[in-house]
Design a protein around this ligand. Structure first.
Ligand code: PRP
Ligand code: URA
Length: 209
């Protein structure tokens, strides 16, 4: 069964509060999403495998650890997931980046896929799918389905804010995908927005409306 991790690190929580604030403008919103993505990447990589090598320090030889070369991929769900990519690449600069384009039909709330471009060796990579919001769960479920259809086997999902409804749907659809979130909010409203949430992540990130 999928595990759900809520990152309660004080820096993540502090920055998330400012992200939520309706007074926070596009520039600051973008910067804060980038910073939180970096902090979350730090937490999510906690279980990355290490191997021991020998290194010559100025003083002596030492046995020391390095990452054991697992291949990573970051897959933002367009549009809003893009806002989290650079923050993760700051810590994992060699990761490849794939894109899955989905939008949520405003009437039906069903995800509509319009673009997929992925690294060719996707089946060998550990993938982190990113999107600031997990609301009804439709977009995340569909994006991950799309990745699995193309051979992906090892997937984590990371978002800033999740609704309990979305978490349940995602766990049920993809029990092999662990979920990493900064906040588990209260509920969805009648328009499928997360309450209290942060509003429309794509619009706030890109200054559209
Ligand atoms: C938002 C958000 C998620 C999706 C979450 O994207 O970035 O992808 O909604 O909702 P769900 O869990 O109910 O599917 P949106 O559809 O607004 O597209 P955008 O990023 O292009 O603005
Ligand atoms: N998409 C968003 O951008 N915000 C929500 O609250 C729900 C879906």
């Amino acid at each position: 069964m999928a595990k759900v991790y809520v990152f309660d690190h004080p820096l993540i929580q502090h920055k998330l509060t400012h992200i939520r604030d309706v007074q926070t403008g596009t520039k600051e919103f973008r910067e804060l999403v980038d910073e939180v993505a970096t902090l979350m990447a730090f937490e999510i990589t906690r279980d990355m495998p290490l191997e021991e090598i020998e290194v010559q320090t100025p003083v002596s030889k030492a046995k020391a650890k390095v990452l054991s070369g697992k291949k990573l991929g970051i897959v933002p769900i367009l549009r809003a997931g893009i806002g989290m990519v650079d923050g993760i690449l700051k810590l994992i600069p060699t990761a490849k980046v794939g894109h899955v384009g989905l939008y949520r039909d405003p009437e039906t709330l069903q995800p509509v896929e319009y673009y997929v471009k992925l690294p060719s060796d996707i089946e060998e990579r550990e993938l982190i799918v990113v999107d600031p919001m997990l609301a009804t769960g439709g977009s995340a479920v569909e994006a991950i389905h799309s990745l699995k259809k193309r051979g992906a086997r090892n997937i984590k999902f990371m978002c800033l804010i999740a609704a309990p409804e979305g978490v349940e749907i995602l766990k049920e659809a993809h029990p092999d995908v662990d979920i990493y979130i900064a906040s588990l909010d209260e509920k969805l409203n009648e328009k499928g927005y997360i309450v209290p949430g942060l509003g429309d992540a794509g619009d706030r990130l890109f200054g559209t409306k």
